[in-house]
Every structure is written in C-alpha cells, then in structure tokens.
Design a protein around this ligand. Structure first.
Ligand SMILES: *Cc1c(COP(=O)(O)O)cnc(C)c1O
Length: 353
C-alpha cells in the first residue's frame, strides 16, 4: 500500500498510478488464465473499456454486437460519440450480421459472449476471423463467462476484457477491470492508458481480487452446477414463459456454447407470465436472491434489466433486442440449490403462480 516508491528500486516502480506490485501479482494470475502475455488492470470494467476506446481517433468506426451491457452502450453513445467515433450495431449471432463487417470497415469489432442480459452466445472464432480479414481489432468482453470458462485470445480475439468486479473477484467486495492481449503494442497502449488517464485500481482492491482469483475454479464449478440444475427446473415450471441458460438444449446456440466454453456460467434469464408490477412484486418477495445490480458473487442476486442495468438503453432499443418488461436475470450463487429453488417457489406463490 503506497502511492510512491524510492527512486532506483530494483523493480522499477515509481508511482502507483503507473504500477504497483499488487497490480503485477493480479496481472500475472489473470494473464496466465487467459493465456495472455500482457494483462493490465484498471479501476473498473468501465475503466478497462475507457482505456481501450481512448486509443481510437475521430473518424474511427466501431462495429458492436447489438446486445451490449447498458453501461457499454452509454459509454459509446454518450461519451465517445462526442469525440467523433462512430458506432454501428449488428446482430453478430447471425451470419448476416457477421457479413456486414467488410462493408462497414470497422477499426474495432466489439462483442460480449454470453451477452448481457440475453445470453446470446457469439462465435468468437468466426467473428475474429472475419474481423481480422477486414483489419479490425477484436474486443471480447469476457465478464459473463469468466477467464476460467472461456479464453477469447485463444479463439482469435485481439483483446479480452473483463470486469473483475464479477466472477474473477467473486466476493462482491470491490470493483475492478482488466484487459488481456498477446499483442505487445496493445499491451503498451493499455499501460499508457492506465497512467495517462488515471484508470489504475487501488493496491488494496488488486490484493482483494488476487485473493478472489485463488478460488475461481472451485467457485465456477459450484456456480455452474447450481445454475444448470435450477435452469432445468425453471424451464419445466409453468410460471416461466422462457428460460435461457447455455446448458439448456433449448438455448439457440447450445452447441456453440459447448464448444466455446467449459460450462454455461451461472446467469439465467427468464421471462415470467406477469405484468411489470407483478414482476417487481415477485422480485421483491425473494429472500435469498437479493434484488440488486451486479453478478458473479458467491451470493445469489436477481435483477430487472428493464428498470435497472439496462435503464439507460432507450425503451425502443430494449424492445428491439428483446429486453422485455417481464424479463428477469438471476445471478446464481453457491448457496445450497434446494434453498434457492424453495426461495423461487415461495416468491411465485406470493404472486399466485
Ligand atoms: C459489470 C460489467 C461491466 C462493467 O464493469 P464495472 O466493473 O461495473 O465497471 C462490463 N461488462 C459487463 C458484461 C459487465 O457485466
């Protein structure tokens, strides 16, 4: 824990905005998981995205998957657009969406897989191939899968970005972000952005996340097992008109998920046969699933994307991409699965379903 370092120290540290031993420890661990030569940590996932986008210039174009995390969309549309960067959206789960890459001529192709909140699985290898042929940098937001379940760089992405706030830390006690790459020039640009834009994390938060990463495989195994078990039960439950999890054979990209990820991660999205008022009442009746933003911690959370994480996405855009008012998103924790299922059933009884 320090802001500055004695001049001439053997590790070459000078000031914590441009590096700290706690950053290096965390960067080495996440870099190893992602099979990356370079990992750079940031103050948050949004800080990591800011670092990547800050390398662009006016006139550059970003082609992004149309289903994006709400704050990513906000950063594109309300911040970087002002600086003359163009954002174009396409459904990259469709061949026709990937087919637009050469004509759009993007500097950067940006995607998440699984997407937030719809859990679309995008073919990273296929998209990276098309993007690289068009000379574009491919950025994959790997937050929902985690560095344990999916390695985007191995699949051809240039940059793999994560909010370490979520699964990597796993304990919901601090905020952080990371960008991994095997491109040395990109590695240098990211270190430059860390210090030049003041996007560094705190040494203590880096230490906390390093502690979190130690149990990542154990937590992910427990998260995935619980989520698969619950998804199967919810899918059979009459209260839900739609249940989506990559492990379900009914998921539109189930086979791709099996190829691309070690397991389906632990976010479940579901649509209830309820109006917006009753949906909110169901969410407020849950006891183990806390109604809150965020995901990926050991404790289960539930959220209502339309009024919470994606409230900053215009309603018309939400409808178009499929984020309805009765859509709920569960972040399944590592509690006992029977307790989680009981909690859901009790809350459904309160709205008489
Ligand atoms: C949470 C999240 C982010 C943003 O990360 P913060 O740490 O909250 O800044 C980015 N992408 C996805 C997919 C997320 O879930």
């Amino acid at each position: 824990m320090t802001s500055t370092f004695e001049h001439g120290n053997p590790d070459g540290f000078d000031y914590t905005r441009s590096g700290n031993p706690n950053f290096k420890n965390l960067e080495a661990r996440i870099g190893a998981l992602e099979q990356a030569q370079h990992a750079t940590v940031f103050s948050s996932g949004v800080g990591a995205m800011t670092a990547v986008l800050s390398t662009l210039s006016a006139g550059d174009r970003v082609l992004a998957e149309e289903n994006l995390y709400g704050c990513t969309y906000r950063l594109f549309e309300q911040v970087y657009k002002k600086f003359g960067i163009e954002f174009v959206y396409a459904d990259l789960s469709e061949e026709s969406g990937i087919g637009t890459i050469p004509a759009v001529r993007p500097t950067m192709v940006w995607l998440e897989s699984p997407t937030n909140p719809l859990l679309k699985i995008l073919d990273i290898e296929r998209i990276a191939d098309a993007a690289q042929r068009a000379g574009a940098t491919v950025v994959v937001d790997n937050t929902f899968a985690s560095s344990y379940l999916q390695q985007p760089l191995v699949l051809g992405a240039t940059l793999s970005l994560s909010s370490t706030t979520k699964y990597l830390n796993g304990h919901a006690d601090c905020i952080g972000g990371v960008v991994c790459t095997n491109d040395t020039e990109w590695g240098e640009r990211l270190v430059f952005a860390q210090k030049a834009l003041g996007l560094n994390p705190s040494p203590f938060d880096s230490w906390l996340i390093t502690r979190g990463v130690q149990t990542l495989p154990l937590r992910m195994a427990a998260h995935c097992e619980n989520a698969e078990w619950l998804a199967e039960r919810l899918e059979r439950h009459p209260a839900f008109t739609l249940v989506r999890h990559p492990s379900l054979p009914s998921h539109p990209q189930h086979d791709l998920a099996k190829r691309q990820m070690k397991a389906g991660s632990a976010i479940i999205v579901a649509e209830l046969a309820l109006g917006i008022q009753e949906t909110r009442r169901f969410l407020e009746s849950l006891e183990l699933f806390t109604l809150a933003e965020s995901l990926g911690g050991v404790e289960s959370l539930v959220c209502h994307p339309a009024s919470m994480t994606h409230a900053s996405v215009p309603s018309a855009v939400r409808q178009r991409v499929g984020i309805s008012d009765s859509l709920v998103r569960f972040s399944v924790g590592i509690e006992h699965r029977n307790d989680l299922f009981d909690d859901l059933q009790n809350a459904l009884r309160k709205v008489s379903l």
